[in-house]
Design a binder for this molecule. Structure first.
Ligand SMILES: *[C@@H]1O[C@H](CO)[C@@H](O)[C@H](O)[C@H]1NC(C)=O
Ligand SMILES: *[C@@H]1O[C@H](CO)[C@@H](O)[C@H](O)[C@H]1NC(C)=O
Ligand SMILES: *[C@@H]1O[C@H](CO)[C@@H](O)[C@H](O)[C@H]1NC(C)=O
Length: 492
């Protein structure tokens, strides 16, 4: 199957069809060098040769690394894997997926557990096709970021969200230079959990970077090619249309209110009446006081105190009630090991044969979660820092925003997300979306959740799904995002 894969050939063709980029320095064997251009450092591309042996799918995709100066005196090697659309790869949009953490692998967990075209088999060791992969009607791109996550490496771990967003903006412009056929497509960024920060921060960074003139000069197939000094805008920019945030953390001071409601309302409520009466005053205290983290800073002692007090109810549900914080219907004793799939993915991607097929040096250990990244974020106070300013900026810039939530999650629960959408975002549509009613959306003949929208903001709940909604409800998640991309909601 080596090199005979349509996807690999397509990738090779797409970068070799235009005039060859001038080589900066001779690249090591197996790498293709790209010269520096308009604000973009020189880089080289190292492709894996046999994704089909790793991903059991009709679309095993193209995997590789972009090796570049990291802007901090060292080099970075960013690992990516993309899967072309099964529908119309020449014109369907591109979706970048960002798993949370911070510090969790998109290539591993997002791809092989949730929405890629193949998934780790329940018993581990091999993959099986995923009929509901998000590349049904879009090309999907997974990147292990920032460096130190997954197969990505570098001498400098970004210092927080601002630096990591700049690094991803650079990566994307290099990626589009290497794969110019993808550069003019509609572009969406999607993510989950801490993706509530990754996604809007990167989207805002791309908009600002392009406003500063950091556009692409891709070797397009249109007349003129590399010599055309002013490529048409559709080729010169990342064509950002929208973002999707699934079970995301955006503004903790507002979303935290949802813990009490999740624990104390409805048939699945987790605490009994006496327990709820005990926790009610604390819920009120948190409603008034957690915002201190926004006014006094994430590292202030008053913020630390508020964080401790306001995370206590969640700890009762995990520690004493032994619930899975990502899906309250399930029991789980260790919140870090509720899903055996994650360990199976770590083991799978650490096999020599897999690394070899993906073009990764055998000496690199695949890191499903980078504790270095997580600790860096914690130290800087970026772990829980609110990202609503970015979301507001996108909404006011007419970038479409889909906030979706699997309604059985505890950590980023639907009750808190409703608070956020109704009261926690400062944009001109907020007073309007607030009084819109949630109405059902459907997959085939069945209700699959509730939703509402105003202008560029859509809010959707996915029924009977947890934190990892595309894992729990693959058909419903795919149906939702496909419909939203087309500007509608799923109906019968
Ligand atoms: C970065 O990569 C370039 C090109 O491969 C190489 O010449 C240089 O020595 C590398 N720098 C570091 C700090 O590894
Ligand atoms: C989505 O893709 C499927 C095939 O993967 C195709 O049958 C369907 O028409 C596509 N839908 C749209 C709206 O493009
Ligand atoms: C691919 O997945 C199918 C199940 O759909 C399984 O039977 C088969 O063994 C898998 N192939 C490989 C090479 O893992």
């Amino acid at each position: 199957m080596m090199l005979a894969l349509p996807s690999t050939l397509w990738a090779l063709a797409s970068w070799q069809s235009g005039p060859s980029p001038p080589l900066a320095t001779p690249a090591p064997p197996g790498q293709t060098a790209f010269a520096s251009q308009a604000g973009l450092p020189a880089f080289s591309l190292q492709l894996g040769q046999d994704t089909a042996s790793v991903c059991n799918s009709s679309t095993p995709g193209t995997a590789g690394s972009i090796i570049s100066d990291d802007g901090h005196g060292g080099n970075s090697s960013m690992f990516f894997w993309f899967f072309e659309s099964k529908n119309d790869p020449a014109s369907d949009p591109v979706i970048l997926w960002m798993t949370g953490g911070p510090g969790a692998t998109s290539v591993g967990y997002g791809n092989l557990m949730e929405l890629g075209p193949c998934r780790i088999a329940p018993e581990g060791g091999y993959t099986v096709p995923n009929e509901f992969g998000w590349n049904a009607n879009a090309t999907i791109l997974f990147v292990d970021q920032p460096v130190d996550v997954g197969y990505s490496r570098g001498e400098h771990i970004p210092r927080g969200l601002t630096e990591s967003s700049a690094a991803m903006d650079r990566f994307l412009r290099q990626f589009m230079t290497a794969f110019p056929a993808l550069a003019s497509r509609d572009f969406y960024i999607a993510g989950e959990s801490y993706g509530g920060s990754w996604v809007p921060a990167l989207a805002a960074t791309i908009l600002e970077s392009q406003a500063d003139g950091n556009t692409l000069e891709v070797q397009g197939s249109s007349s003129g090619g590399a010599s055309s000094l002013n490529p048409p805008p559709s080729q010169a920019t990342i064509n950002l249309k929208g973002v999707m945030i699934g079970n995301g953390l955006i503004r903790r001071s507002i979303q935290n209110l949802g813990f009490f409601e999740t624990a104390c309302s409805g048939p699945e409520s987790l605490l009994d009446s006496a327990e709820c009466r005990h926790w009610a005053p604390r819920a009120m205290w948190c409603e008034k006081n957690l915002a201190i983290c926004e006014s006094e800073g994430m590292k202030s002692p008053s913020c630390k105190e508020a964080e401790d007090k306001c995370s206590a109810i969640g700890q009762v549900i995990t520690g004493e009630k032994h619930r899975n914080p990502y899906d309250i219907r399930l029991k789980c004793d260790d919140p870090e090991a509720c899903y055996t799939e994650m360990q199976a993915i770590d083991e799978y991607l650490n096999q020599d044969a897999v690394k070899e097929a993906l073009g990764v040096p055998l000496t690199e250990r695949f890191q499903g979660i980078s504790l270095n990244v997580f600790k860096q974020w914690e130290e800087l106070g970026d772990l829980w820092r609110a990202s609503d300013d970015y979301v507001n900026y996108l909404l006011e810039s007419s970038i479409r925003v889909l906030i979706y939530v699997g309604d059985k999650d505890l950590y980023c629960n639907a009750a808190g997300m409703r608070q956020l959408v109704d009261h926690g975002l400062d944009w001109h549509g907020q007073p309007f979306i607030r009084f819109r009613e949630l109405v059902p959306w459907y997959v085939e003949a069945k209700v699959a959740g509730r939703w509402k929208a105003y202008e560029s903001l859509t809010y959707a709940e996915i029924a009977d799904a947890g934190h990892l909604a595309p894992f729990d409800r693959p058909l419903e998640s795919l149906t939702l995002i496909n419909a939203w991309i087309q500007g509608r909601m799923p109906a019968m």
